[in-house]
Design a protein around this ligand. Sequence first.
Ligand code: 5GP
Ligand code: ZN
Length: 113
Amino acid sequence: MDCLFCKIIAGEIPSAKVYENDKVYAFRDINPEAPVHVLIVPKEHISSANELTADNAAVVADVFLAAKEIAAQEGIAENGYRIVNNCGSDGGQTVGHLHFHMLGGRSLAWPPG
Ligand code: 5GP
Ligand code: ZN
């Protein structure tokens, strides 16, 4: 399968890893929008949030539990952070492998543009 994030998870394309467990891989976004900008992805290939089902949705909890660990590791747990999923073209999704942006390290505007 020709999927950028599957290749990153497999180590075929290098990435700056910040966290990994058996279900989740997390690495720094190549084009950071905040001092901390980590992409948290399930290792299982799921194209987008639209492809979540009762059978695979447990990965979303795995992602959020990983996020909590990453926040502590990155020193942003106390001040807080934002977790974003872009779904489909109107949502701004550009990579077709479910992923969650973790943004922190500065105060973030709301709502996003
Ligand atoms: P999306 O727009 O799909 O929600 O997010 C995709 C994100 O992946 C973007 O923020 C983009 O900067 C990031 N990205 C794209 N290609 C690469 C890459 O090869 N390595 C890393 N680390 N991030 C990437
Ligand atoms: Zn994939």
